[in-house]
Design a protein around this ligand. Sequence first.
Ligand SMILES: Cc1cc2nc3c(=O)[nH]c(=O)nc-3n(C[C@H](O)[C@H](O)[C@H](O)COP(=O)(O)OP(=O)(O)OC[C@H]3O[C@@H](n4cnc5c(N)ncnc54)[C@H](O)[C@@H]3O)c2cc1C
Length: 458
Amino acid sequence: MTSPTLSIVSELAEIVGPANVLTDLDVTAGYVTDWTGHWRGHTEAVVRPGSTAEVSAVLATCHRLGIRIVPQGGNTGLVGGSIPMEGEIVLSTQRLTRIERVDVVDRTLAAGAGVTVAQAQDAARQHGLDLGIDLASRDSATLGGIVSTNAGGIRMIKNGNTRKQLLGIEAVLSDGRVVTRWKELVKDNVGYDLPGLLAGAEGTLAVITRVLLRLIVPAPRTQVALVAVSTVGDALRLVDRLERAGLTLEAAELMTRTGVDLVRRHHDLRAPLAVDSPLLLLVEVSGQRDTQALLLDILEKAGEAVLDAAVEEGPAPKLWRYRESHTESISAESSTPPVKLDISTPLREIEQFLTTLTPGLTEKFPNVRAVCFGHIADGNLHVNLLDVQENERERVTDFVLRHVTRHDGSISAEHGVGRAKAPWLELGRSPQDIDLMKSIRAAIDPAGLLNPHILPSR
Ligand SMILES: Cc1cc2nc3c(=O)[nH]c(=O)nc-3n(C[C@H](O)[C@H](O)[C@H](O)COP(=O)(O)OP(=O)(O)OC[C@H]3O[C@@H](n4cnc5c(N)ncnc54)[C@H](O)[C@@H]3O)c2cc1C
């Protein structure tokens, strides 16, 4: 394996221009450390191509020299997948930022992989449409990133995950060949679903340069309720009642009192409700009829299952703030980079999973604090572990992921595998399944140059 040298730096500079090959350590520092601060790598260079043709030339050059690449979008991923831990070259999509077209008839958006989720949302909203995906990292997370991680987010319950939004893709293979599937068709069954395969591939199969996403028609009005509940079961039954009454669930997020107290401390916020409940459910709903009256009626009829509630017309940023500030407040609070686990279980298991998790953790790791929150209607919880010492990260992770497996769950609901979960892949996939994934990798990137150390490495 050739190590990156001055010659690769000058070859890359010839392709993208010297200003777009970053080598200064102060400048590259932000590209080699992840959002949580746990994953810290190193690189000879960050290369920032400005077009698919430049990405292709960069990859062909690296292929010729046997140089490994880590693709990077907004670097908000939470599993260490975008960090060059072994000194790989970082290929940043930061300059692929062209919004090419919003098609209001076919309801699609065509854009460069480096466009952020917030920029794509703004473009769609100017036409009365919206992106089907939304997440708290929207200002930095890119379209290439959400496709590569198959992100879920807060609107997944209504619109599905990113793969479901993906109609077309342009991507560059590790040898520089460009693959394009680009048709504004919702029905197109000609062979394998290549865009679907690249979605969730975490940069191991190709570098995505352009995406064609379907857009949704947003609900004209929504209502948001923050509801104090005692149990996960009460929260799920309330969600069920809302849907059965004909309301459309736009979002359903569960928080614990511990998490909300932490957010309040870090943002100097008042208690959202008069009652101090162990759990808070945030729901956003829309509907044809008088949504607010119907929502209030359901909350009232829920009896003791609803301890208290606040209802506001959407988008209700003041209510959402308690939920959206969780991730950064947790990072600010923890004395060490938090261990961030993102799991899902079948809905029937999630209450038992959550109520047994904390006592089990406390018994084995008394110094560790757990803050759980997440997209409850998808059975998805973000398990955040604070104050974990470096030498116990692996054991704590192992404890939680085995607990997930006992409840028929997934060790990665939406963040992907990256480096963080790679050692536990066999908890989520059978040996045959892992072998097949390796074969697919070997067929598409035979030299093993793209993000070689994540997912099942070869
Ligand atoms: C505050 C906060 C909230 C979050 N909320 C959610 C949430 O609700 N749901 C959710 O699913 N995630 C969430 N995340 C995680 C993260 O935002 C997503 O995983 C997002 O999709 C990553 O996008 P990115 O552009 O930052 O990708 P990066 O972090 O740069 O990369 C992520 C992975 O994709 C690969 N990659 C990136 N771009 C490309 C490309 N163009 N071609 C090929 N491979 C590429 C990288 O190599 C890496 O493996 C959150 C993160 C934060 C910090």
